[in-house]
Design a binder for this molecule. Sequence first.
Ligand code: KG4
Ligand code: ZN
Length: 353
Amino acid sequence: MLCLGIESSCDETALALVEDGRLVEAVLASQADVHALFGGVVPELASREHYRFVGALFDELMRRSGRANAEIDLIAAARGPGLLGSLLVGVAFAKGLALGLGKPFLGVNHLHAHLLAVGLEHELRFPALGLLVSGGHTHLYRMESPWECSLLGRTLDDAAGEAFDKVGKFLGLAYPGGKLMDALARAGTAQPTLFPRPYLDNDNLDFSFSGLKTAATGQAAHLLAGQEWPRPLTDLAYAPQALKDYCASFNLAVVETLCAKTKRALDRNPDLKTLIMAGGVACNSLLRDRISQLMQGRGGEAFIPSGKLCTDNAAMIAHAAWLLGKSGYSHRLSMETIPRGKAIPNDMLSSLC
Ligand code: KG4
Ligand code: ZN
């Protein structure tokens, strides 16, 4: 079954073909440079850029894959959550293609697709604990199967990636700051007690990173007094040691907080021996190490995708579509696109009913 996936929920226009669970080809146009000028994603610009590139990227994908349009069995797009105007471009393109080619259409939950992406690299095992850490989400799920996910906890304010990006912006790091912060942290020495491990003194599985962000930016003036670096900083080579040490301490605080609540979730769900981590922050080197160690220490296993499958990509959309499509699921062309903050309805059609 050849599935086309389209991802346009934020600032990457990405298309991919997945056939029977294997990636065939993928193309991606990043808008990072456009939004970097403004220090964050500008929604109106994002949707215009998606509109500009989606058609040409589709042609390029088909050319590179050597496959004909008529060979596609299922056409899918991320339906949410995300920026509404951006999602609409990918969804409208997918619906139009489905109508024109007479093929089934499917809207994919972007968050589920992130969690299932590692299935392109490893055979997944369920039940599993799902830790989704991205620029917009910090969620813990109990996953019974690819489709049955119950939310155990979530951030009450900033997502983990947002905390990295906001502190990164404050420090003058090029947007989005998470990746560079990770690199700076690796070159620095963390002071474990410098920043708090926020929102652990409770008995829930939720997160709150806004206080940590405030604590970190509040201390920057005296910790980094007299230090100079070019802004926006794009290269670790121009960073003073004090900035690297600061980033190491901040990175450690975020990672240890994520690990503490993850451990708590595992303690409360002792039957879970598998953990799936996903989302852009899952690229973070310290987090990858600590989560893998946590699972090893409990006799379990962590499944973490390679970097290009952690950040937004279309292979994860096509892969999730394949899992659903082979089980007979599709959507009507009247399916609604769902912006961030609204629940995604379970409104798929099943050919088995
Ligand atoms: O999943 P993603 O590509 O987009 C969303 O759906 O949000 O995640 C992007 C986020 C950004 O906040 C970015 O700074 C963060 O992932 N990120 C990282 C790293 N690489 C990307 N954060 C920490 N360490 C990294 N290595
Ligand atoms: Zn994402």
